[in-house]
Every structure is written in C-alpha cells, then in structure tokens.
Design a protein around this ligand. Structure first.
Ligand SMILES: Cc1cc2nc3c(=O)[nH]c(=O)nc-3n(C[C@H](O)[C@H](O)[C@H](O)COP(=O)(O)OP(=O)(O)OC[C@H]3O[C@@H](n4cnc5c(N)ncnc54)[C@H](O)[C@@H]3O)c2cc1C
Length: 452
C-alpha cells in the first residue's frame, strides 16, 4: 500500500514538474454569465481562482451575447426562478459595492446593469388556472387586466376578451445587460486577486491521480500548455457536453444545444416621428413583453439608437432548430420567414398597444443566431458529477443547461456553484429547494431516466 501511494505521488510530482509545477486550487472553464458569476462568487469567498475563456476579453459569441435579457421575478408560490432572480439582484448589489469600494469612487451603479421597467405578460383566457396559480399569494407588485375594458383603462391596451394582461412592477425587473454584467464580474474577479486567462481554449480535460489535467491551446499563438487543478467548474454553455466528455460523458445526452434566432427591428423614422409623446411613453413602458402563446413571443428594448428610436429585440422561446455545427451556428443568417415572423408578431403587439404601426412600418436592422442549452425539463444543472451513477465527485461541478432563463439568475447560480465546490451550506428553505432542483440528486434521476 505504501509503495502504491509512493508511486502515485511520484508520478503526480513528475506530471506537475512537466506542467510548470503550479497546481491550481480551482479552475473555472467558460467566461460567459455562468462561469464569470461562479468565479466571482468563489473570489468573494477569498479563493484564488483561474477563469479560462476561449474568447478575447470582449465577448463576441455564446449564449450570453448581447445587451438585453428579460429580468423578471413574478412566479408562483415558492418558485425557484423567482428566488434565483432575487438572489442574483442582491448578489449584484454586493458586486457593485465591492467595485466602488476597491476603486474608492462611486463609478458603478445597479442601473449600469439593470433597466427597471414594467414586465408585461399576455395570457389567453384558456390559461386561467396558470394565472390563478401565479397570482395566488403573490408578494411581487403586479396589476392584472382580465377584460378588454380593464386593459384599456389600466394599460392603454387594445386586447380581445379572450386575452388577459399582467404587469409586474419591481425594482430590477425589466431587462439586464449581460455585456456590462460580464465586464463588471471580470473586474470583480481580478480586483479580488483571482485571474482570467483569455484566448485559452480547453482542448482536453481528464482526471489523473486525483487531479484534473487541463490541456489548453492559446488561440492567438497556437501554443499549448497543460495545467493541473484540484477542482474544476465546467461552465462552457452549449460546449459543456464536449468539454466534459472524458469526465461525465452523460452530459452530452442530458444537455442539447438548439439554435434560436434573434431579430432586431426598428420603427421606420417617419412613422416613429409621427407618434405622440404619450404613444412613445406607452411603447417604452410596455417592454419587455412575454406573450405566453405556443411559440412564446418575447421582445425587449435592446437599446436606443442615436435618434432615440428603440431597437426592439424579438425572439420566439420555442422556435428552436437543430444544430449541425456548433462552431458555425453563431454566424448563420436569419431566413426570410424568421424575419417576417418577427415583424408580424411585433406589429401584432404594437396593435395591442393601440399604436398605429403596421408590419410594413418596421425595418429589420440586423439579426443573429444564438443557442439554448436545453435539458429535458428545461431546468438547469448546478451539479457535481457522478461516478458510477451514484457516487458524487465533490471536486467537479457543472453549471449549464441554462435554456432561455439563466441570465436573470446568473449570480445565484454562481453562488450555489461556489457553495457546492467549497462545501458551504445555507439553511434557507428556498435556497435548499433551488439547490436540490438543480443538483446531483436530480441528476441521478435524470440518468436513470436516460437508461430506460
Ligand atoms: C436567444 C436567447 C435569449 C435569452 N433570453 C433570456 C432572457 O430574456 N432572460 C434570461 O434570464 N435568460 C435568457 N437567456 C438565457 C441566458 O442568456 C443564458 O442562460 C446564459 O447566457 C448562459 O450563459 P452560460 O455562461 O451558461 O453560457 P455562455 O454564455 O455560452 O458561456 C460559455 C462560455 O464558455 C466558453 N467556452 C466554451 N468552450 C470552451 C473551452 N473549451 N475552453 C474555454 N472556453 C470555452 C465560451 O466561449 C463562452 O464564453 C437567453 C438565451 C438565449 C440564447
């Protein structure tokens, strides 16, 4: 036995010598919203973390790409996604406080990241049960219009009697800006003493002699190196399956990347200029919107252009298509039908806002393809991996399967991931509920179902 331990430690020492001697405590792979949030939360706990990202410091593709995501809190009683959103808001406040403290100036605000605005939900009357469940004991501030008359009176909207409208009003509900959030997370990570290596693609990830062997290629110089780490967090978004193929090959079956399109539309200048200031105000205060129809049309204001016209981001939550090549999907152009769908659904919503804008009054500014990482239940994972289907490996964690809902809970997923990897617990009931819905017990059930 002593001999075996000696041989193992000798072979490991030799490996460490070959790789430059340094053994990292924790490596986080992937610098999108999830990896950056996890690396920040670990740094906040005083850990020295290495975050590895294949892209340059300016993030140009990936599921977190863009400048707006809907941030919403409204959910049924004990809904984990409400908890995750609210926890993320609280954690983001801590990040802002930390940055202002270390920079000795009030340079950062929550408003750099969040645009507070009413969130509009449109339901069909056939979804009444769902709405009743949503509003039963609801503690978030909201208003509901159940008839056409109420919608006109409360929101200036013109809807049919088969439709209902709910509006959520809460600080930091509205939209959040992933680009700014990632930038601030990276500032926080560096300023607390952790490191971020950009342009470093992990090409192989294995466990040998109890340590993770991480092979990396520098995408600028083409050179390769190998580093060792005691613990690893995989947060590679849609690339997670490929990344962990030698550690936890089952994730490739549990998380499926699917393409979605995003269109960016503007109201033509002559038509926009004809709107009264009341109509313009109604337009702005009616975004973001989620229309809970079969495709789930959603839309938000990405930003305002130089002549203050809003750039409307439009997508369909269930309009998902298969991906042939993940590296190439980001550059795929939108089809004419996708652009037409975006215009027609936007025109339909603008008509509900009683604004005189038709589909032909909308111009397509640009669009791009993006990717959801989907799990069977559409609930993400923040989970240790499993050996032999049951034994938890507490040194490896995967954060992924974020579908179209992850952004609003970013720092909460990061917090739970950091707690897992450091074995820190939190007695709050909602925390426990979220942790269990995302974690290893659920993974065990999913793996059993996969086998059947
Ligand atoms: C179209 C769309 C709309 C959405 N709308 C909303 C919304 O309104 N509200 C909401 O809350 N959420 C929304 N989401 C969800 C949210 O944006 C995602 O859940 C979140 O961005 C996922 O972040 P991530 O870090 O898991 O993935 P990513 O952002 O993809 O990050 C993964 C990172 O890992 C890096 N990487 C991958 N492989 C390697 C490797 N081998 N080596 C090194 N680095 C690697 C990638 O370059 C990337 O930066 C939306 C998502 C999409 C796609």
């Amino acid at each position: 036995m002593h001999n075996l331990i000696f041989i193992l430690s000798l072979s490991f020492t030799l490996l460490a010598c070959q790789t430059g001697d340094k053994i990292e405590d924790i490596v986080v792979i992937g610098g999108g919203l999830m990896g950056s949030s996890t690396a920040w939360e670990l740094s906040k706990y005083g850990q020295n973390v290495l975050l590895i990202e294949q892209q340059d410091s300016i993030y140009t593709f990936g599921s977190s790409y863009g400048e707006a995501r809907i941030s919403r809190s409204l959910g049924a009683r004990d809904d984990i996604f409400s908890f995750l959103q609210q926890t993320s808001v609280a954690e983001t406040k801590d990040l802002i406080d930390f940055l202002n403290k270390v920079e000795l100036q009030e340079l950062h605000t929550m408003e750099d990241i969040y645009t507070t605005s009413p969130v509009t939900y449109i339901y069909s009357k056939s979804q009444l049960d769902e709405v009743e469940e949503l509003l039963d004991g609801q503690s978030d501030k909201y208003e509901i219009a159940s008839t056409a008359g109420e919608a006109k009176e409360k929101f200036g909207m013109k809807i049919s009697d088969t439709t209902m409208v709910i509006r959520e009003y809460k600080p930091y509900s509205g939209t959040l800006n992933p680009k700014v959030l990632i930038k601030k997370l990276h500032q926080g990570i560096r300023k607390s003493g952790s490191r971020i290596n950009y342009n470093q693609k992990v090409t192989s990830l294995k466990k040998e002699n109890g340590y993770y062997v991480v092979k990396i290629r520098d995408s600028k110089t083409g050179t390769s190196e190998t580093i060792l780490s005691k613990k690893v967090v995989a947060a590679a978004g849609p690339y997670n399956g490929a990344l962990v193929k030698d550690i936890a090959p089952y994730f490739d079956h549990l998380i499926s990347p699917k393409r979605l399109f995003l269109s960016f539309l503007k109201i033509k200048p002559d038509k926009y200029d004809m709107l009264t200031s009341d109509q313009k105000d109604r337009l702005v205060s009616s975004y973001p919107v989620a229309y809970l129809n079969s495709e789930i049309f959603y839309s938000m204001i990405e930003k305002f252009d130089s002549d203050r016209r809003p750039l409307l981001k439009v997508g369909g939550h269930f309009l998902r298509t298969d991906i042939k090549n993940l590296d190439e999907v980001w550059a795929m152009a939108l089809t004419e039908q996708e652009i037409q769908w975006s215009k027609e659904n936007t025109a339909d919503y603008l008509a509900k806002l009683d604004l005189p804008i038709k589909s032909s009054d909308l111009e397509f500014d640009h669009g791009y393809s993006c990717v959801y990482s989907l799990t069977e239940s559409e609930i993400p994972y923040v989970s240790h991996t499993l050996k032999n289907g049951t034994e938890i490996d507490s040194s490896f964690l995967l954060v992924g399967g974020m579908s179209g809902i992850g952004a609003k809970g970013s720092l909460a997923y990061g917090l739970i991931a950091a707690d897992h990897i450091l074995n820190i617990d939190n007695a709050s009931l909602m925390y426990q509920k979220a942790k269990s819905a995302l974690g290893a017990r659920r993974l065990m059930v999913d793996l059993k179902n996969l086998d059947q």
